[in-house]
Design a protein around this ligand. Structure first.
Ligand code: FAD
Length: 195
């Protein structure tokens, strides 16, 4: 099993050779979805347990449902993800124009969520969502381990960074060294012409 350790700065591989049973939890999106097999049948068994509520140390006072998210970046085939290199909400509009041409969704690194520019539901990474789209654009994203944990299984990764030594390039299939805020409008224009 792989799990974050030391405040998420390391990914530790845990091997439990001896102790049984073992239990681990898996975040949504980490595994590929299996194909439904109609030949398999199962039954749901309801087990009634007589709890003694006087022994409960925690009481549920109120249940508040979070409003259903309008976007689900885990379902997107193409994700355009912006990081601190994109910088401002104004610059994110350029990413939206590119997303519009490609039929993609916008996501981001935690840096942009912490800056209040993007909502948490669009954050990719260890404390955000795990995604594996067909194409993942990492724009102005350095490639911190916590970000990679959420996107490195993407089929094809295109990274744009002005620093040719940025770690994201080690995970990218296509690396472009340059200013993201210049490259994105050019890419949008070219794709529009192509359409
Ligand atoms: C416990 C823990 C959990 C975390 N969880 C997450 C998580 O879920 N998701 C996540 O993303 N992070 C997470 N982080 C934070 C993570 O460590 C990084 O700080 C974060 O991913 C950095 O975001 P960034 O790449 O956008 O910014 P930076 O690391 O600052 O990188 C910005 C990049 O943009 C480039 N750049 C700057 N200007 C331009 C330009 N004009 N054109 C092109 N490139 C440019 C720079 O060269 C740099 O590589 C977590 C951290 C911890 C400790």
């Amino acid at each position: 099993m792989t799990r974050p350790a030391f405040g998420g700065n390391l990914m530790a591989t845990i091997i439990c050779k001896e102790h049984r049973p073992q239990m681990s939890t898996v975040r949504q999106g980490v595994m590929l979805k299996g194909q439904p097999d109609a030949s398999r049948k199962g039954t749901v068994e309801e087990v009634k347990i007589a709890f003694d509520s006087s022994k409960f140390k925690v009481k549920i006072l109120k249940t508040v449902k979070e409003p259903k998210n309008l976007v689900d970046i885990t379902e997107a085939k193409i994700l355009i993800s912006g990081g601190r290199g994109v910088g401002t909400a104004e610059n994110f509009k350029k990413l939206e124009e590119l997303a519009h041409v490609l039929g993609a969704e916008i996501s981001s690194s935690r840096a942009m969520v912490d800056a209040g520019i993007m909502p948490h539901e669009r954050q990719v990474g260890q404390t955000g969502k795990t995604v594996r789209p067909d194409v993942y654009f990492a724009l102005g994203i350095s490639g911190a381990i916590q970000h990679l944990a959420g996107m490195e299984e993407s089929d094809y990764i295109i990274a744009v960074n002005k620093d040719k030594f940025a770690p994201i390039f080690q995970s990218a299939d296509l690396s472009i060294v340059g200013d993201v805020n210049e490259i994105v409008p050019l890419l949008t224009e070219k794709l529009q012409q192509h359409k």
